[in-house]
Ligand binder design. Structure first.
Ligand code: PRP
Ligand code: URA
Length: 208
């Protein structure tokens, strides 16, 4: 299984609070936002830099600044809950939206929207955001949608996933870097992650 698990103590702490069924929507959104910000820090650790000349009040010198365009692709709805956290770290990132929902019976992903910034087709870093990878169906569909548009250099950032889904994605898209906070045990019969955190979209938006 090829996936980077971010084990930072602060993330594990907030993830536990996120999982707790007693956490209400307001707090859920806040924890998700804080985790996303911490994740962004790790995910962007090796982003490309370029050297420039500057002048401090004391002397001319050189320094490094970001040299890579970043596009964020939240998978709606739940991925939207991770956007502000990432923007807190890279405020100039552009946003594409991938609208997918899982059919409750078949668990197959259904696409209802795809809009992307034109920068995504140029040299850029493209980060898909979705807190949950369960069967992997939505993640694979999202990757297919981006690949069809010839969008490359993709990272997929989730909060909770399961091994079976990671293996599927690794097999179909070996070049995509996967990042998560936890690989949980398995899925239940309804396709929910055990122990997971429930339905992320519903918990963010207070639906159901
Ligand atoms: C959730 C989640 C993922 C998907 C994961 O979205 O945010 O997109 O399920 O499940 P999968 O790996 O089995 O495809 P959902 O379809 O519930 O839509 P929502 O965010 O609008 O609630
Ligand atoms: N989608 C969710 O939001 N949660 C799960 O456990 C599985 C799919």
């Amino acid at each position: 299984m090829k996936i980077k698990i971010i084990n930072h103590s602060l993330i594990q702490h907030k993830l536990t609070l996120l999982r707790d069924k007693k956490t209400n929507s307001k707090d859920f959104r806040e924890y998700l936002d804080e985790i996303s910000r911490l994740l962004a820090f790790e995910v962007l650790r090796n982003i490309k830099l370029k050297e420039i000349e500057i002048e401090t009040p004391i002397k001319k010198t050189t320094g490094k600044i970001l040299n890579e365009k970043i596009n964020l692709f939240p998978i709606l709805r739940a991925g939207q809950g991770m956007v502000e956290g990432f923007l807190g770290v890279v405020p100039n990132a552009k946003i594409g939206h991938i609208g997918l929902y899982r059919d409750e019976k078949t668990l197959e992903p259904k696409k209802y929207l795809f809009k992307f910034p034109s920068d995504a087709k140029k040299e850029s870093l493209n980060i898909i955001l979705d807190p949950m990878i369960a069967t992997g169906g939505s993640a694979i569909e999202a990757l297919k949608i981006l690949k069809k548009e010839k969008i490359k250099n993709i990272k997929f950032v989730s909060i909770v996933t399961v091994e079976e889904a990671v293996l599927k994605i690794n097999k179909k898209f070996p070049e995509v870097e996967l990042i998560t906070c936890s690989v949980d045990q398995k899925l239940n019969q309804k396709g929910y992650i055990i122990p997971g955190l429930g339905d992320a979209g519903d918990r963010i938006y207070g639906t159901k």
